[in-house]
Design a protein around this ligand. Structure first.
Ligand code: IPE
Ligand code: IPE
Ligand code: MG
Length: 260
């Protein structure tokens, strides 16, 4: 009877996974489907982004409570500028609101916040909030949340290449000294381990320019659920799926162990 109850309790499953040392240290999420969620309900797309933002807050708390070390979310891509100005403005208003709330609650919640992306076109008040969040993050020790905004994987690699080329041109770096670790140190994600698990909501089987370098060996979980409807239970399901996989990293994996 007890066994049966445990089988249907996702929190107990997560506890078992933690004890087995199989909890992903880093979860990345492509939070897609806000527009479709709103359109299905006859609401403006921005209503979907507002619900998506609330859900992000909820899921981030769940991850932090579970003991996840890093959570990286895709909030706005370098290609999302193609959308109507009203939609883009709405997303940036939500981002501003999120940054203010994060600064107010970060120490109490004991989380860190970092922004990945090209922040150069952002308004001054948003830059000030990002700087404030970075300062507060020095006092906290818990989960690190990385929000990707005006982020593109290709843009990140161009930015890193430019920074290495500048150092080489100015004589601070020999081209032959460039290796993977050095390139990584110039990415927005410098110092953060690669994602173990990459979740995409909204059902599309594509990467859409997200973390192109970092997801080399990430495990994928794609669900048709639209982001505002993605729940704690489904997150547990994704982690359960992750924990059951054989990560071979180009080697042999479990089926071979013990054999010569
Ligand atoms: C994801 O939701 C959020 C952003 C890209 C800013 P979408 O707005 O892409 O939602 P769909 O894919 O159109 O449903
Ligand atoms: C990816 O979603 C970007 C974010 C979730 C922020 P998109 O909706 O922009 O991706 P595509 O256009 O369907 O590939
Ligand atoms: Mg989309």
């Amino acid at each position: 009877m007890k066994l049966f109850a445990r089988k249907h309790d996702p929190a107990a499953d997560i506890e078992d996974i933690r004890r087995a040392g199989k909890l992903p240290a880093h979860i990345a999420i492509i939070m897609d489907g806000n527009g479709r969620w709103a359109e299905k309900r006859g609401l403006p797309r921005n209503a979907g982004h507002a619900r998506g933002s609330e859900n992000f807050d909820r899921i981030a708390t769940v991850c932090s409570d579970m003991g996840i070390r890093y959570l990286t979310v895709y909030a706005f891509s370098t290609e999302n500028w193609k959308r109507d100005k009203a939609e883009v403005d709405g997303i940036f208003d939500l981002f501003r609101k999120y940054l203010k709330k994060s600064c107010d609650e970060m120490v109490e919640r004991n989380v860190k916040l970092r922004i990945f992306g090209d922040t150069s076109p952002f308004p001054e008040d948003i830059i000030a909030l990002i700087d404030r969040a970075a300062e507060l993050s020095e006092q906290t020790t818990g989960m690190q949340v990385n929000v990707c905004i005006n982020y593109g994987g290709r843009d990140e690699l161009v930015h890193a290449a430019r920074s290495l080329a500048r150092d080489a041109a100015e004589g601070r770096l020999s081209p032959d000294a460039v290796d993977a670790a050095m390139l990584e140190s110039r990415l927005y994600s410098a110092g953060v381990p690669d994602p173990d698990l990459l979740i995409r909501t909204g059902g599309d089987m594509r990467v859409s320019n997200f973390l192109l370098w970092q997801i080399a060996y990430s495990e994928f979980y794609v669900t048709d659920t639209l982001w505002p409807s993605f729940t704690k239970e489904e997150l547990c399901h994704a982690i359960l799926s992750f924990a059951g996989r054989d990560r071979r990293f180009g080697g042999y994996g479990k089926s071979r162990s013990g054999r010569k």
